[in-house]
Design a protein around this ligand. Structure first.
Ligand code: SAH
Ligand code: SF4
Ligand code: F3S
Length: 442
């Protein structure tokens, strides 16, 4: 609280875009309660950590952060510390044992209960937990958006895939699709507020609508949002190769505002490993999807996720993964070291790979991928791309950046002629592995 009696909240988000989006809905509730956002923990009345548990490193970071908050609580016993999100769902009341200074633990299906629990906590000095997963996964909640021209739009929650390494289905529950009318309404509203770009979010957007059992699917949704006036770019995350199909690729190609960036995680280039991961497709099926997508969307920017060191991954299987990188030639790959998650089948599979071997494979994988990332970015040199201006880079206020429809980040020298949120053409001068440098067209 400040001298004027204003109350403040501080939110830190870990993990994926779904968590970013959920954080905006936590913030929306706090704003309705009259609280203001701050980035200064010292003046906050509510500190909310929205957590991820997809890998052990994510959990470790969060536990460290929770520990750091202890001294703030000692100074200010009125401070409410809330731990929310996937790790809260996984740990539940064990979090109170680990860190007694936590006040609230809120799981993934209980986002809407924040205000009620804060009030409860203010009345009685006790811990409160809301982690019941039988509640509906979707609640229409006000969002306080953290960005000005880009908006997250959740279209579903949960995952039914049960990849054997992954904890997400256990902490997010089964797939539940948000009704198409609610999605379209939200997007119309934000378009009217001046938002230009939206990202449709789900763990597996390609299975959108299947649970609604009314014939709606992801391609129906793409067509429904494509014509909403004011929205220049429609992104979507994440696609799953098992449910991706010709109809969806056709919709992506045919819709004017759906971007030319596809994130299609493959995880491994070995059929045997894909089977052990329960991914539900083969490398050949994946290659057919890529070929069709590249045929229909000639300027396609393709990115992926990869896991190295899954149990039983032999050097030969790992070579298959390197081979796949060479065959596909992705624009970028997000690469992860397999992290055993308690309760998932892979955690107890035989032939776990030693940590140093996993690290070594990750290094080798990145070296191969970097060649293609660089080549793809260099191929963009001397061409002109429209970017939506995002503003100054973190490290240099004179360097501004924006993204192309393909989600490539371009940096240029700011000359004061463009504003955040403008859509402007930029000529690409130099492609590097991670970023591109260019100049504004005047
Ligand atoms: N639903 C999305 C992504 C979910 S998590 C999908 O299926 O593509 C994002 C990425 O984290 C996954 O694609 C996977 O590459 C990685 N991941 C998930 N569980 C992991 C684990 N236990 N260890 C290492 N990486 C993991
Ligand atoms: Fe996890 Fe697989 Fe579901 Fe993605 S599809 S969230 S990797 S279980
Ligand atoms: Fe992490 Fe949960 Fe997302 S585990 S990756 S925050 S769905």
């Amino acid at each position: 609280m400040d001298a004027l009696g204003n109350r403040f909240y501080f939110i830190q988000t870990y993990g994926c875009q779904m968590n970013e989006s959920d954080s905006e809905r936590y913030a929306g509730q706090l704003e309705e309660l009259g609280y203001h956002m701050t980035d200064d923990k010292d003046i906050a009345d509510v500190i909310l950590l929205n957590t991820c548990c997809v890998r052990e490193t994510a959990e470790g970071k969060t536990l460290g952060k929770i520990g750091e908050l202890k001294h703030l609580k000692a100074h200010n016993p009125e401070l409410i510390i809330a731990v929310t999100g996937c790790m809260a769902q996984e740990w539940q009341d064990k979090l109170f044992d680990r860190a007694p200074h936590i006040d609230l633990v809120i799981g993934t299906h209980n986002i809407h209960r924040l205000v009620e629990l804060i009030k409860e906590r203010q009345r009685h000095s006790d811990h409160y937990m809301a982690a019941d997963m039988t509640l509906p996964a979707f609640h229409e909640l006000p969002a306080k958006r953290f960005q000005k021209f880009f908006a997250w739009v959740p279209i579903m929650n949960g995952c039914n895939k049960f990849c054997t390494y992954c904890i997400v289905p256990y902490v997010r529950g089964r797939e539940v699709s948000r009704p198409i009318a609610d999605i379209v309404n939200e997007i119309k509203g934000i378009a009217a507020e001046g938002y230009k770009e939206i990202t449709l979010l789900g763990q597996n957007v390609n299975s959108y609508g299947l649970d609604l059992k009314n014939g709606t699917d992801f391609s129906t949704l793409l067509h429904a949002v494509d014509d909403i006036e004011g929205i220049e770019r429609v992104r979507y995350m994440t696609s799953h190769p098992k449910d991706m199909n010709v109809a969806v690729i056709d919709a992506i190609a045919d819709c004017h505002h759906v971007v030319n960036h596809m994130h299609l995680p493959i995880q491994s280039g070995s059929d045997e490993l894909l089977r052990k991961m329960n991914r539900g497709y083969t490398v050949e099926h994946y290659m057919e999807l890529v070929a069709y997508a590249r045929k229909r969307i000639p300027d396609l920017v393709l990115t992926t996720d990869m896991i190295v060191g899954f149990p039983g991954e032999t050097e030969e299987m790992f070579q298959d993964t390197l081979e796949l990188l060479k065959r596909v030639q992705y624009d970028m790959a997000y690469t992860f070291i397999y992290s055993p998650r308690t309760g998932t089948p892979a955690a107890t599979m035989p032939d776990q790979i030693p940590q140093d071997e996993k690290s070594h494979r990750l290094q080798r994988l990145m070296e191969v991928q970097n060649v293609y990332s660089l080549a793809k970015n260099q191929a963009m040199e001397n061409h002109t791309y429209d970017v939506i201006v995002e503003g100054p880079t973190k490290n240099n206020k004179d360097h501004w950046f924006g993204r192309t429809t393909g989600n490539k980040m371009i940096i240029w020298e700011n000359d004061g002629t463009v504003q955040i949120g403008d859509t402007v053409p930029v000529v690409m001068d130099k492609g590097q592995t991670w970023v591109l440098k260019g100049h504004l067209v005047h």
